[in-house]
Every structure is written in structure tokens, then in C-alpha cells.
Design a protein around this ligand. Structure first.
Ligand SMILES: [Zn+2]
Length: 887
């Protein structure tokens, strides 16, 4: 029997039971089976099987289902399909689910059972003619608050890593499960203390609470842990039995009923009306602490997470701290990849979908070619938007499969009929349909912020664009994002166009796709796309597009020998109102694509489609093979100044930034959220390089100035490596762009100046080539630049990527005959590596720029001069992210 132990907080949503009619022979048979099971009536049970089911098979079924002390067995038919080989209406293949419960414990079992009318038989003579072995979900428990035996506490401590709850004086109640004590309710006068071991996390805590260590009073708390951890978590010496007091018992019950359903709670829908819980695995821990000052705070230690310690506030869904425990860090090292958590790879996605953008609905079928990466695999966990209903899952190898929906986690759990070994392959076909809202542009998207509140009313009048991308979970996918090739065949109503990930191909019917019936059954128009170059995710956008421009961008002269792509098929699809923007946008895109290809020596994808949509604010989003560019219809009336990503002198910024994501973010991905700057910082820097090429040094320096200004003003909000969490504690999205985009870009520019152009661009090419179609981390980038330069760059990256300090530099200049003597002093406690431009202006008005690398606490340098010097300026180009003061 294959067993799955559900980990973490999950909610099972089972498929709706099939409504059988009163006289349905199958329903009748299953009801008889249900009655026999609940009466533990073995002869009655056995009489329901035909001769093709062997006695050992029946005994096994009885052994699994007839548990001692069972109080109830609930039986549900989950799927019913005509039985192969039987005349129509004479046989069915069922998937049946059993919920077997004792007073305190339960399990779910699932099996396939074939039923058939015996030759010449009547309605009540149907029998089970085949059964498969059962798969089960174990470990469901009822929790009981022990109000009969309260304990008086004095200075009781309940602790986990970096976290202590101290109940100075009060009452403690055990939370019992069949297997032991799994939690506590604390009522009284207490104090919570949280002291993260990691500097960046102390910084976030400081932004949240004003202190590096959070110490705050509480009066009520709810705690969960594994029964085996009780003595490690709780200092029992300070507990003594005390008689129950009604008022305190009532409070404890309130806490229990309010807090216990929030975690480790399984919603079983029609299987059981009761509340069932999972036990936290050993080492895991959860505390809901009702603090007066900060509302309820949730501390958790969850070993399945790559970063297993967290502090969270449910009220506004704010992550305050998130980091690896000491044990986790020791096990996996400082750097990690989300890939470490993956159980399988999807090698190829093949998706056929019919989309109605007006109703925002999708009917789809996805075929996933899967290779097992774990040692063994018994269940496949897929991510899929919970608004979408799965109507069936089959595998080409094993036929119809059993599955469970897990609500609130956007997941589908597929039970495999047998244990698969590492490196074996399986192909799943998933049918699904439902309503799914269009995605907004924010993750991996630049979108400026507006201070003008009226813009939201304007948006309503715009032609809608239905975007399904990396966050929509619009197709079943690997929970750990992963590179894969893909085919999309998308049907849309007449009058609509579709832009998607992949090279547009003519829907021909031949080729890889065999899933033809969904779109073939539709009127409207079908678009087909094939991605032979691996992608991180597949995306589509549907709107009233028309194709305005098509061209071939020749990049054959700048790609490295052996590159797969020597031309990029460029197309522009535009909504009617922005059609006049198509030609100038195509011109810019062509220029930008050529320029970036020349910088990297490669173009990752053979086609690029710009999808131009109208909007109140400028912005964009760039999955592989295409980019959505938002064009404000009335740019002059909208104020988006005051945003880190608003560059007045560089109107092509959005196209330039988005197209750079084809190389950075798409072709080269990031290993986890800490590495997001490899996507955004690089896209921002490439946009700046294009600004310099297209508009000259002045525009470039304008951008550097803005990078520096935002980097300095927001650096104290956290290091670049904090990724998406930047600005979360203070709810300011500008912080993310200021640090990840702008400081990230400025750091690359400083690195370039320290290493020199040749080494820098060779390092960039090396990094790209090493990591193309894979995820990357900062350490990969560092290694690439170290190999190219022969220099150790640990300190550079440590300070700029993982640190929050901004160097403060005191300098002096002394003008002597034939030279200017400069002295620089780093005032902070840390020494940074940074290049500083000294601009010497001669009496004639001529200027000379000299770069001085500061790599020690004090640097002195004599700059030779050829004429009388009128003025010496430091960091006039804003290229150094530092604060300067003249001595
Ligand atoms: Zn971006």
C-alpha cells in the first residue's frame, strides 16, 4: 500500500461526489458495501465480490478497512468511467475513497474498483469484479484541550530556535492528541522574546518593532509541537497541578477554538464534518502569540522549508523574519537552490487550452513529461490555481490516477499506483477548467507607482488584456519552478489575438501535440507556439491584438560561434488604440535586441513579440519569448515621478528593461528569492547601457545619479539579498525597486569599473554561458568574475549584496605643480571596494576624469596634471554609491 504522509498546514479538497440516481445499480452496490463495512459484517461484505476477486484480495481490503475501534467509515465514489471491454451500461471503473476514523485518529484510503452486471443480472445483482491495492493518507488527529487538569505556571519557558515564551505567572493547558501532548494554551502574564541570529533579519525586525530583539508582553498564546519534543520545548519543572477555575478555562477554550484551526488543519469536505489535524513533525514548532502591541504574531519552525524559521503577522500577511535555522544552515550551507526541494523535473509541457478573456475562463489539458529526481516517488505534487477544477488525471503508463486537491495551497496531490524509482519517467495528462483572474504586472515586472489616486477610475475604460503568467498558476506545474521546453495551443474567440511563450508556429495538427480535441471543438482562432529553448515558466496574454509589424533581426555577426540563434523573429502585436506606437517600438526593440546580443554574445530565444497594451501607467512584464509593454495613452497628464524606475530623459526605459529580461531572469534564472537581483539588477543595468548607447553619456549619468540616490536613501531597509521581502515590513514597493533594481545596477557598474571593461564583459559572458537555461546564484556570478579577473571578490559581494551599509568617505585634494594629491579615508567600521571618479578641471576649461579604486581604509594617490588646475571634484558621475565629505 502506498502511503502519503501529509506535511504542513494543508486543506484537502476532494472532488465533488458523483450524484448517483436512486435506482443506480452502482450506487446500490456501494451503499451495500458501506453498510457492511460499518457493521463489520464480513460475510455480507464478501458476498458483494464476484469470482474474479480472489480471497486474499478481499482479505487485504478487510484488513485495511476494518480497523479495531473504528467509529465510522465513510465511503465516497470519486470517479466513474465506463469499464473497458464491457457492453455500454454494463460495467464501470470506479475510484472510491474511504475515510476510516476512530475516536481520535483517522486515515483516508483510496482505491480503484471495477463493478459489473453479471450476464443476465438485475439491478441488485451487480458485483465488484476487480480491486486495486489501496493508497492512503495517514496521520489525521483530533485535538482535545485538557481542561480537567490545568497546571499553574511560574516562569515557565516554552522555546524554539531564537524564540522563547516565558509565562511569568499563569495557567497552562495541554493540547492532547492520541499520540501524546502536541500543544499548549498559555493564559496569564507572559513575555515573548524573538532574537534572530542573522544580521539582515535583525534589521527587518528593527524596522518592524524599533528593536533588534523583539521582547513584548502577551496574555494568551497557543503552541504546537511534536509529542516527542515536549520535554525539549517545555520547562516542566515550573508546572504544578491546580484546580480548574471556570473563568480561566473559558479563556483557554476561546484561545483553543480561535487559534487551533489556523494551522496543521485538514479540511476534509464531505468526508468528515469534524476538525482534523496533523501532528507537527519532530523539531517543528508553531506559536500564535497574542501581543498587545503587534497584534497576533505567528512564530514557526517548519523543516520542509529551505528557510525554516519565520515570524509572520497573519493580519496583514506580512513576513517579518525568514531564515535558516542553525541545523538547516549546517546541512545545506549558506547558499541554496530551491531545486534542492524538488522531487521531479518536468522536461516538457504540452498545453492545449481554450480561453475566454471576457469571462476570464480557461478549459485546458496539459501533458507533462516528468522525470523522477527523488530516490523514490509515490505521489506527484502539482501546483494549480485553486479556482480551477481538475476533471481528470491520467498517465500514459498507468491510466487513470487518483488525486486530491489541497485547498489554500493551490496544489493537487496525484497518487501513483506504484513507487517510481529515481530517473524513471512518467507522463501525466491533466484536464482542468474554471475561472481565473488576469494577472497584474508586478513580480518580474516594472511598473511605476502613481501618487494620483484618480488613475484607478481611468483604468476601467481601457481595453482589457488577459495575462496569465508566472503567478497565475494557470496550468499544472512543478511546485519548484524549473526549466522546461513547451508547446502551447491556445484557442481564443473571434476578434482576439494571443501572444505566448514560444516561437509562433502555424497550427498544423502535426508535430508533438496529440491533445487536439479541446481546441478543435471550438470556433474562434487557434494560436500555436513551440519553445525549444527551455523556459522557467509559460505565459500567455490575450486581447484584441492585431499584428502590426514583423521583421527578422539579424544578430549573426555578434553571436558567438555555435550559437543556436542567428536571427530573432520580431513581431509587434498592438491593441487598436496604441497601434501607432507599434512601428517606433519595433525600431527600438530591434536596436535593443542587437545591442544586448552583442554584449552577451548570444540571443537565448529565436523570437520576440512585443504586446503593446494601453494603460494609465507605464510598465511591462517579460516572460520568455515576449514582453507586454504598457503604454500610457496620456503620458504627460500622469505623474509617476518620484519612483525609482521613472527616468524622465529615457522614454525607451521600459522596453529596454523588459527585453533585457530575456537574458537575465529568463535564460539565466535565480536559485531563490535572495538572488532576484541577478534578474532585476542586470535588467536595470542593461537598460542603462542601452540608454548610454542611444542617448549618450548625459542620460547614462542621469540614471547613475538616480541609482545612487535611491540606493543610499533605501539601503537601510535591507540588503539586496533580501529580494522580494524588501519593503514588505513597511509596505512600500518602492524599496524593492530602489534596492534590487537600482542598487543592484549600481553595484554592477562599480564592479565593471574595478575590473575594467574587458574583464567585466568577458565575466558576464562566462556567467551567462555557464548558467544559460538554469538558475543562478550570486556565488556563480562571483566565481565567473574571479575566474576572468584572477582576483578574489568575496569582500566586494559581501559588502554590496549581503550588507546594508553605505560607505562614508572623507577626502582631501591638494593641488601641486604637475599633480593633484588625493587622500581618501573610509570612515565606517567596514572597508569597501569601490571605484571613485576624480574630475580635474583645468584653467582652460578642459576636464579630465581619473578613476581611483578604493580598496583599503586609506588610499592616497597623486594624479599627474598637464595644465593649471582650477577645480577638483569627486564622484561627479555618481558612479560610486557612497557619501563623500571634503576634509
Ligand atoms: Zn524587471
Amino acid at each position: 500500500m502506498a502511503r502519503a504522509l501529509l506535511a504542513l498546514t494543508c486543506t484537502l479538497l476532494c472532488a465533488a461526489p458523483l450524484r448517483a440516481q436512486e435506482a443506480d445499480p452502482v450506487d446500490l452496490l456501494v451503499r451495500k458495501f458501506d453498510r457492511a463495512l460499518n457493521a463489520a459484517d464480513r460475510p455480507a461484505l464478501e458476498s458483494l465480490f464476484g469470482p474474479t476477486v480472489t480471497p486474499p484480495q478481499i482479505q487485504q481490503l478487510e484488513h485495511d478497512l476494518l480497523v479495531p475501534n473504528a467509529v465510522r467509515i465513510t465511503v465516497r465514489i470519486r470517479d466513474k468511467a465506463p469499464l473497458e471491454g464491457a457492453p455500454p451500461g454494463d460495467g464501470y471503473s470506479l475510484i472510491v475513497e474511504f475515510f476510516v476514523e476512530t475516536a481520535g485518529k483517522a486515515r483516508i484510503l483510496t482505491t480503484g474498483m471495477d463493478v459489473r452486471r453479471p450476464p443476465g443480472g438485475v439491478t441488485d445483482s451487480w458485483r465488484f469484479v476487480a480491486t486495486e491495492s489501496l493508497t492512503s493518507v495517514e496521520g489525521l488527529y483530533k485535538l482535545r484541550l485538557n481542561t480537567a487538569r490545568p497546571l499553574a505556571a511560574k516562569n515557565l519557558e516554552v522555546s524554539s530556535e531564537d524564540f522563547v515564551l516565558t509565562l511569568r505567572e499563569g495557567t497552562v493547558f495541554h493540547v492532547d492528541a492520541d499520540d501524546g501532548i502536541t500543544g499548549l494554551v498559555l493564559v496569564g502574564r507572559g513575555e515573548m522574546r524573538f532574537s534572530p541570529s542573522i544580521a539582515a533579519e535583525r534589521g527587518q525586525l528593527h524596522l518592524f518593532s524599533g528593536e533588534d530583539v523583539l521582547t513584548t508582553p502577551f496574555e494568551e498564546a497557543f503552541v504546537r509541537f511534536s509529542p516527542t519534543d515536549y520535554s525539549d520545548r517545555v520547562s516542566t519543572s515550573s508546572l504544578t497541578p491546580t484546580p480548574p477555575q471556570e473563568r480561566i478555562v473559558r479563556r483557554a477554550q476561546d484561545v483553543f477554538s480561535r487559534e487551533s484551526p489556523k494551522s496543521f488543519n485538514v479540511d476534509l469536505q464531505d468526508l468528515s464534518k469534524d476538525t482534523w489535524h496533523l501532528l507537527p513533525p519532530p523539531q517543528d514548532f508553531l506559536a500564535e502569540v497574542d501581543t498587545r502591541r503587534f497584534d497576533t504574531l505567528t512564530f514557526s519552525r517548519s523543516s520542509v522549508q529551505a528557510e525554516d524559521v519565520s515570524l509572520f503577522r497573519r493580519k496583514d500577511r506580512r513576513t517579518i523574519a525568514l531564515y535558516p535555522s542553525v541545523a538547516k544552515l549546517a546541512a545545506r550551507g549558506r547558499f541554496y537552490s530551491d531545486d534542492a526541494l524538488r522531487e521531479y523535473d518536468v522536461l516538457d509541457y504540452n498545453i492545449e487550452a481554450s480561453i475566454d478573456p471576457a469571462r476570464q475562463t480557461i478549459e485546458g489539458r496539459a501533458r507533462l513529461a516528468i522525470r523522477v529526481r527523488a530516490t523514490t516517488l509515490s505521489t506527484v505534487l502539482l501546483r494549480l490555481n485553486e479556482g480551477l477544477t481538475v476533471t481528470g488525471i491520467t498517465s500514459l503508463e498507468y491510466g487513470r490516477l487518483l488525486f486530491l486537491r489541497m485547498r489554500s495551497q493551490n496544489t493537487v496531490l496525484v497518487n501513483l499506483p506504484r513507487l517510481l524509482q529515481q530517473d524513471s519517467d512518467i507522463t501525466l495528462v491533466i484536464n482542468y477548467l474554471g475561472r481565473i483572474p488576469s494577472e497584474d504586472l508586478d513580480v518580474e515586472a516594472v511598473q511605476t507607482r502613481s501618487d494620483n489616486q484618480e488613475t484607478s477610475t481611468l483604468s476601467a475604460s481601457y481595453e482589457p488584456a488577459f495575462l496569465l503568467s508566472n503567478r497565475a498558476l494557470w496550468y499544472p506545474q512543478n511546485p519548484v519552478p524549473d526549466y522546461a521546453t513547451g508547446t502551447l495551443r491556445i484557442n481564443v474567440p473571434e476578434g482576439y489575438g494571443c501572444v505566448a511563450s514560444g516561437l509562433p508556429t502555424t497550427p498544423s495538427g502535426k508535430g508533438a501535440v496529440s491533445l487536439r480535441d479541446i481546441v478543435a471543438a471550438r470556433s474562434g482562432k487557434t494560436f500555436e507556439f513551440r519553445a525549444n529553448q527551455p523556459l522557467r515558466y509559460l505565459a500567455i496574454v490575450v486581447s484584441r491584438f492585431s499584428r502590426v509589424v514583423e521583421s527578422q533581426v539579424d544578430v549573426s555577426k555578434t553571436v558567438a560561434p555555435g550559437s543556436a540563434v542567428d536571427h530573432i523573429a520580431l513581431a509587434v502585436e498592438a491593441q487598436p488604440s496604441v497601434r501607432q506606437r507599434a512601428r517606433p517600438s519595433a525600431q527600438q526593440a530591434e536596436d535593443i535586441l542587437k545591442f544586448y546580443t552583442s554584449l552577451v554574445g548570444d540571443a537565448p530565444y529565436p523570437s520576440m513579440t512585443l504586446a503593446l497594451v494601453e494603460s494609465d501607467l507605464p510598465g511591462g512584464h517579460s516572460p520568455g519569448y515576449f514582453a507586454v509593454i504598457r503604454n500610457p495613452a496620456l503620458a504627460t497628464t500622469q505623474s509617476y515621478r518620484g519612483d525609482p524606475a521613472a527616468f524622465d530623459t529615457f522614454p525607451e526605459f521600459f522596453i529596454a528593461h523588459e527585453l533585457a529580461h530575456q537574458w537575465w531572469g529568463q535564460a539565466v534564472g535565480w536559485k531563490n528569492y535572495h538572488e532576484q537581483w541577478l534578474s532585476e539588477g542586470f535588467a536595470q543595468y542593461f537598460a542603462a547601457l542601452y540608454a548610454q548607447k542611444a542617448r549618450g553619456d548625459r542620460t547614462f549619468v542621469d540614471m547613475l545619479r538616480q541609482f545612487r540616490r535611491w540606493a543610499i536613501s533605501e539601503s537601510d531597509q535591507g540588503p539586496i539579498s533580501l529580494g522580494y521581502r524588501l519593503g514588505v515590513v513597511k509596505s512600500d514597493v518602492r524599496v524593492f525597486r530602489a534596492v534590487v533594481y537600482n542598487k543592484g545596477a549600481a553595484v554592477l557598474h562599480m564592479l565593471r569599473r574595478l575590473l575594467g571593461d574587458t574583464v567585466f564583459f568577458n565575466g558576464l559572458k562566462r556567467f551567462y554561458t555557464d548558467r544559460r537555461y538554469q538558475k543562478a546564484g550570486t556565488e556563480d556570478l562571483e566565481r565567473a568574475f574571479e575566474s576572468e579577473s584572477g582576483r578574489v571578490l568575496d569582500r566586494f559581494f559581501e559588502r554590496w549584496i549581503y550588507g546594508t551599509q553605505i560607505p562614508r568617505i572623507r577626502y582631501s585634494s591638494a593641488i601641486a605643480p604637475g599633480s593633484v594629491k588625493m587622500k581618501f579615508e573610509q570612515l565606517g567600521d567596514l572597508v569597501f571596494d569601490l571605484p571613485v571618479t576624480v574630475t580635474v578641471t583645468y584653467a582652460s576649461g578642459r576636464t579630465m576624469d581619473v578613476m581611483v579604486p578604493l580598496t583599503e581604509a586609506v588610499v592616497e594617490k597623486a594624479i599627474p596634471t598637464t595644465e593649471a588646475v582650477r577645480q577638483v571634484q569627486v564622484n561627479r558621475d555618481s558612479a560610486a554609491v557612497a557619501e563623500f565629505e571634503e576634509r
